[in-house]
Write a protein that binds this ligand. Structure first.
Ligand code: SGN
Ligand code: CA
Length: 737
């Protein structure tokens, strides 16, 4: 095999030398004898390991997916970098963590012009095709052929977007249609002379779990409930209780539970949503659907009306409705895998084709009482990863090597003989695959995980962390809490032992690993846009600021944190005297750090305003909350300046040196702010950005901070605001205000 790869490289070099690879479509001649392996990547949406036979499922069977494991390898420690759809896909395409590929949360738009593996495969003569769910907001880049579902897509009679931008509706069941298109591409459309990558990406088993009629009869028997279905969330952060993804309280009457008409039991089911799938069905599909669901639904409604069911029994009923539908949608995915494997056999392609099955993240099948994903707990952190590579991976291999979705791109590139770009953070799995799943000695000891979708559907808080083979450390910025799990002693993750004195060495070591891994992966929270919309007052202030900004007509914008917001408090009188008549806006939000200002400026706080002058005072909370590295905070401030330049290039910015804090000149926070100031002073360009350090206006001769100016050694008194205004005024005049 090694020899073969060397040969492939030889052909490749030859092709490059002959200049026939200069265009992505070049190389037809050279590749007539190309023996580099093909890649078929079958990727589903939300498929939990607990529902795959090869991973030991107790609740269903997946004979075709299991065949991949039997003839190849199953990876039991395969992890997601950010357990949510778009972000996981962006990590795969770029080989980078979310904070660097820019796709932090669903709803972002993927920048397809950054480095991704598909165009690199094209550049060495691979044909690339993508079919099915995409969900990245922009058109796919680097594919010779694609046809994708818009957004989440539908199960029944789904629409597809084609390469020319046209939308077409295809009659049938989504999983089958995507498979048909994939096989059709393999059979009819691809250039038979070239090696290829085919990405066949299913919608199933994503919510709202709408099965094909042929699978209604599966799972007539009840499915066993998971041990933690009735988790009370004790022993862990109180944030667990705030989320909205429980089977008990957050299942929709129509959308999830498949009832028609008005929600009859609003205490037990969430009202919102008709079943959108039903609305798309043709009469036959509707008839089959109703024939299956209606008898069960009517029986349930009757029992409810008769008051026969306890809360616990209602929960069990919902679990059965949920899990059976979920598993039925997987039955179709498993058939799809079977059809693709059969096609590879029939066509003679199987021998030289690497076949991978994976899904964008794991999922809760009632564990912790949940559906959905997002959390760094095992069920959603893990991704299935099964691979068959004939002649390379020994059949029946089980690997516990820690792999992550940022590794997929580098793997595909090495397979095709492309050097992995240094900017990719993942590592190629080829050496692991060649060694029967055993990791090289310098393999990673831990993975880094980060989830960013704050204040969104299901209310899971931002968190990140590290997982080693035995332990998991998680950090929640919202509550500044650490959580530590010993996966050996507590595999169900029911008790955080972060405050157990016996664990202090482990905790200390993992915190160090966490800090170092964040450095290694270049995670700087100060530059990662973050909303605090989970706080009602913040959300309302943000909406009000955006409303005001939409009206335009602002000459002077103050941007910052509580010190700026305080112009409406202790500084009110001074504001009235100095700024009220100068078309001002106050964009100061108490408790904001640089990342929150970045979020606000990118999400509407600057809408239609093009101020003559913006006064920026930010960074002291990065110090106060996190004692954040001054370079990191400065990078956050630099990003804010960039956004101002992008959105309002004519605006002159007064960049204040971070104000002094702490009574004494040796207060660590004061010193941190000082260090930030040293760096940001250089952001002044003498034209657009003007640096103004007015710290001395607040200090005594001995550099102490008097209570009369900063009563709490952080916020300004009225006299403090007066001194701020006095020190700022000459600059405002100079800038023409
Ligand atoms: C939809 C679902 C959510 C799900 C997200 C993200 N709601 O919003 O339950 O968490 O997608 O899923 S639904 O009412 O539309 O079904 S992801 O896989 O795309 O990330
Ligand atoms: Ca998903």
């Amino acid at each position: 095999m090694k020899q073969l790869l060397v040969m492939n490289r030889f052909f490749l070099l030859l092709a490059i030398a002959l200049g026939i690879l200069s265009s992505p479509r070049g190389g037809e001649v050279a590749y007539a004898t190309d023996t580099r392996p093909n890649i078929v990547f079958v990727f589903s949406d939300d498929h939990a390991l607990q529902s795959i036979g090869a991973y030991g499922s107790q609740i269903n069977e997946t004979p075709n997916i299991d065949r991949v494991a039997r003839e190849g390898a199953v990876f039991t420690n395969s992890f997601c970098a950010n357990s949510i759809c778009g972000p996981s896909r962006a990590c795969i395409l770029t080989g980078k963590h979310s904070h660097l590929n820019g796709f932090l949360r669903n709803g972002n738009r993927f920048d397809g012009l950054q480095t991704t593996f598909p165009p690199l495969l094209q550049s060495v003569g691979y044909q690339t095709a993508l079919i099915g769910k995409w969900h990245l907001g922009t058109d796919p880049v680097g594919f010779d052929y694609w046809e994708v579902l818009p957004g989440q897509g539908f199960y029944y009679n789904p629409d597809f977007i084609q390469m020319d931008g046209k939308r077409i509706r295809r009659e049938g069941y989504c999983t089958d249609l995507v498979t048909d298109l994939a096989i059709d591409w393999l059979r009819q459309q691809r250039n038979q002379e070239k090696p290829f990558l085919l990405m066949c990406q299913h919608k199933a088993p994503h919510r709202n779990w709408a099965p094909a009629a042929r699978h209604f009869s599966l799972y007539e028997e009840d499915v066993p409930e998971p041990e933690t279905l009735r988790d009370d969330y004790s022993g862990r952060s109180a944030l667990l209780q705030e989320n909205e993804m429980t089977i008990r309280n957050h299942m929709h009457w129509g959308h999830d539970m498949k009832f028609h008409g008005e929600n009859q039991f609003p205490d037990h089911f969430v009202d919102r949503h008709q079943n959108g799938e039903y609305q798309r069905m043709n009469p036959e599909q509707k008839q089959a659907w109703d024939a299956h669901y209606e008898p069960e639904n009517q029986a349930f409604i009757q029992q409810m009306k008769a008051g026969e069911l306890s809360d616990d029994e209602i929960l069990s009923w919902k679990y059965q409705r949920y899990i059976k539908d979920y598993l039925r949608t997987i039955a179709a995915v498993d058939e799809s895998v079977g059809r693709l494997l059969n096609y590879l056999d029939e066509s003679g392609l199987a021998e030289n084709t690497i076949f991978i099955y994976s899904s964008d993240q794991g999922f809760y099948l009632g564990e912790h009482g949940w559906y959905d994903k997002r959390w760094m707990f095992e069920e959603s952190l893990k991704m299935p990863f099964l691979v068959r590579w004939p002649g390379v991976v020994a059949p029946g291999t089980t690997s516990s090597t820690m792999i992550q979705n940022i590794d997929y791109g580098p793997t595909f590139l090495e397979i095709a003989g492309v050097e992995v770009p240094a900017e990719m953070q993942g590592r190629s799995l080829v050496p692991v695959l060649k060694a029967s799943g055993v990791a090289p000695s310098d393999w990673r000891d831990a993975i880094y995980y980060a989830y960013y979708e704050n204040a969104a559907v299901h209310e899971v808080p931002v968190h990140d962390g590290v997982r080693t083979d035995r332990y998991k450390l998680m950090f929640f910025p919202r509550s500044q809490e650490w959580q530590l799990f010993d996966l050996q002693k507590d595999p169900l993750e029911l008790k955080s032992v972060h405050d157990d004195p016996a664990m202090s060495e482990v905790l200390g070591g993992l915190k160090k690993r966490y800090t170092d891994l964040r450095k290694f992966y270049q995670v700087n929270s100060a530059v990662i846009p973050a909303t605090r919309a989970d706080l009602p007052w913040w959300r309302e202030r943000d909406q009000a600021a955006t409303e005001r900004a939409k009206q335009g007509n602002v000459d002077l914008a103050f941007i910052g944190d509580s010190i700026t917001q305080g112009w409406e408090g202790g500084g009110k009188k001074v504001w009235e005297e100095n700024y009220a008549a100068r078309k001002p806006i106050n964009l100061g939000f108490s408790g904001d750090r640089t990342e929150h200002v970045i979020w606000r400026l990118e999400h509407g706080n600057l809408s239609n305003i093009r101020p003559k002058v913006a006064v920026l005072t930010i960074g002291t909370n990065n110090t106060g909350h996190l004692m954040q590295d001054p370079q990191e905070v400065a990078a956050g401030i630099e990003r804010i300046l960039e956004i101002l330049a992008e959105k309002s290039p004519e605006t002159k910015v007064v960049l204040h040196g971070v104000f002094p804090r702490g009574r004494s000149p040796f207060d660590p926070g004061r010193l941190n702010n000082l260090a930030i100031k040293q760096i940001i002073r250089r952001f002044a360009d003498g034209d657009r950005v003007h640096y103004l350090d007015i710290g001395n206006a607040f200090l005594e001769d001995d550099s102490s901070l008097p209570e009369s100016i900063m009563p709490d050694a952080l916020h300004l008194s009225e006299e403090g605001y007066r001194r701020w205004a006095a020190a700022l005024e000459p600059k405002l005049k100079e800038l023409g205000l």
